[in-house]
Design a protein around this ligand. Structure first.
Ligand SMILES: [Zn+2]
Length: 210
């Protein structure tokens, strides 16, 4: 049974984790769980229909539990119009397969919610990964039904404003072990790291069960 604490990592060796990979590097290993997507930092403008077919094939694999990471970054990558189109294709796939989407969101919270709304995909569960925004941005995303996933660096007021049933933790591309992330989060919430891990595992299992 899946027992995922680390909701988003790029470490291919990680255990109890959702390992985020590009479809080109998807090579599922026994006992591991994955999400697949085209990262918004790459040249998403050059993605072809074949690339999206490959994404769709990988996304259907039994060890792939989520779509992403996808999303929008105002400071890096292609123009936001192209990033929005590519994210929308990921969201449609997530809707078709009934899997949540893992979203990279840098200064684009309103854009991301607008893309989802205009595409009629508000039912797709979205996890905003590596959330570092302030409390106000957190509230906007939470009101829209998003989950917030916290890594080693975050805004403590935003974390405190996040209800525990919408809380996830992750290591992403950092070298910080997930147990250390759990401790950092626990300090702010005034609970034990074990409680944080169990909250994160429960939420991951709720989100990822089909
Ligand atoms: Zn990432």
């Amino acid at each position: 049974m899946m027992d995922i604490i680390d909701f988003h990592t790029h470490d291919l060796e990680a255990s109890r984790a959702l390992i985020s990979v590009d479809p080109q590097q998807f090579d599922p290993q026994p006992g591991k769980w994955y999400s697949v997507g085209y990262h918004p930092w790459q040249d998403v403008a050059s993605l072809t229909d074949d690339d999206f077919d490959l994404l769709g094939d990988c996304a259907r694999h039994a060890q792939v539990l989520a779509i992403g990471e996808t999303g929008m970054d105002a400071l890096r990558g292609c123009g936001l119009d192209i990033q929005a189109q590519v994210m929308e294709r990921h969201l449609r796939l997530a809707a078709d397969l009934n899997k949540p989407a893992i979203i990279h969101c840098v200064r684009t919270a309103q854009n991301i919610l607008a893309v989802r709304r205009k595409a009629g995909l508000t039912a797709v569960p979205m996890v905003i990964h590596g959330f570092r925004g302030n409390e106000h941005v957190a509230q906007t995303l939470l009101k829209a039904g998003c989950y917030l996933s916290y890594g080693p660096r975050f805004n403590p007021a935003a974390l405190q404003a996040t209800p525990t049933h919408r809380l996830l933790i992750e290591s992403d591309d950092s070298s910080t072990p997930i147990s250390e992330v759990a401790s950092l989060v626990a300090d702010v919430l005034g609970i034990s790291p074990q409680e944080v891990e169990s909250i994160a595992a429960d939420n991951a299992s709720t989100l990822l069960q089909h």
